[in-house]
Design a protein around this ligand. Structure first.
Ligand SMILES: [Zn+2]
Length: 326
């Protein structure tokens, strides 16, 4: 039996949740399964994650206690990713799989659903307050774009640092329940990462407190939670998945709305062709800037040791400039 040490909370309310979960005692005895470890390191809790932000949470919280395999390779679209047959096999030797449900990654979700009951499957959407996918603009063609997922909720929860903190607490709770894991080490990992996220949240609140415009025109409808957290309004050119192509009618409607809102910057993302954003920007005489949905890291970002927080800080800099914040 291990007795977790207590750590001074230093990151506000969420740290409280982290502390409580951290105090759950872990029974001694059988550790993680002793079968072949597949792509995982031996002697650690084997965790598979469905895409990048969850991978970062699990690595930060689990530290040396976990061996993490993420399904989506660098630069690939998280939404459309189809696990390889080898990955589906590898998933079977995981102790825990963390993902987001509701149709965010249909192929990944299907592969996870087919796993044996010995693999714990944790849908982290259950740990955050969900908001409905923002409605279509008047004058666009409805259901063909901005596809509403299974339950009508927006899955892009990680784009609010507040939600990230809630997911950290949920990951900590789940990992702490794995027999043999060092719950104290997991609690420390969670507390430290929550401090980073809490500080990021404060930086966003301060940076976006006073802006000339609060309308963000984005290439794909990924920024609903970020908008909700910092009192912005999202106007999306494309749908909930970046692969959804908008029609000429939608582009016209977005341009019209953007013009009416006196938008001066159209945001687009690195992994998508910028043509649509540029078309609208040209039409209304606006600039373009990158807003990264942090669904995946590119190989370049990995080389530069980018993290969720570092990418979000770049997003904030782009927002502050593009929205004329002081
Ligand atoms: Zn997305």
């Amino acid at each position: 039996m291990r007795f977790p040490r207590l750590f001074a909370p230093d990151a506000g309310a969420v740290a409280g949740i982290v502390m409580v979960a951290g105090m759950v005692m872990v029974a001694s005895g059988c550790g993680p399964s002793t079968t072949s470890s597949g792509p995982f390191e031996n002697g650690t809790v084997r965790v598979a994650t469905a895409f990048y932000p969850i991978e970062e949470i699990v690595r930060a919280v689990g530290g040396a206690e976990v061996s993490v395999v993420d399904l989506v390779p660098p630069g690939e679209s998280a939404h459309d990713y189809e696990p390889t047959p080898q990955q589906v096999t590898d998933l079977q030797s995981a102790d825990v799989v963390f993902y987001l449900g509701s149709g965010f990654q249909p192929s990944v979700e299907k592969a996870i659903a087919s796993l044996p009951s010995g693999v714990r499957k944790i849908d982290l959407l259950a740990s955050v307050p969900l908001i409905a996918t923002s409605p279509q603009l008047a004058g666009t063609d409805g259901q063909t774009e901005g596809e509403v997922l299974g339950d009508g909720n927006d899955p892009h929860v990680w784009l609010s640092p507040k939600n990230m903190q809630l997911m950290v607490a949920a990951v900590q709770e789940s990992l702490t329940e794995v027999p043999g894991i060092d719950a104290a080490a997991v609690a420390t990992g969670a507390t430290n990462y929550v401090a980073t996220l809490s500080s990021l949240d404060t930086t966003f609140s301060t940076g976006l407190a006073s802006c000339a415009s609060r309308v963000i025109v984005t290439s794909h409808r990924a920024f609903g939670y970020l908008a909700a957290a910092y009192d912005l309004t999202q106007l999306a050119i494309s749908g909930i998945s970046p692969a959804e192509e908008p029609s000429a009618k939608t582009l016209e409607a977005v341009a019209k709305a953007a013009r009416a809102d006196k938008v001066t910057t159209i945001f687009f993302e690195n992994n998508l062709p910028a043509d649509l954003s540029r078309t609208i920007a040209r039409e209304i005489g606006a600039d373009t800037a990158v807003l990264d949905p942090v669904e995946t890291l590119s190989s370049d970002q990995i080389t530069l040791h980018a993290t969720y927080a570092s990418v979000m800080e770049q997003n904030l800099a782009a927002l502050v400039k593009g929205l004329g914040c002081r």
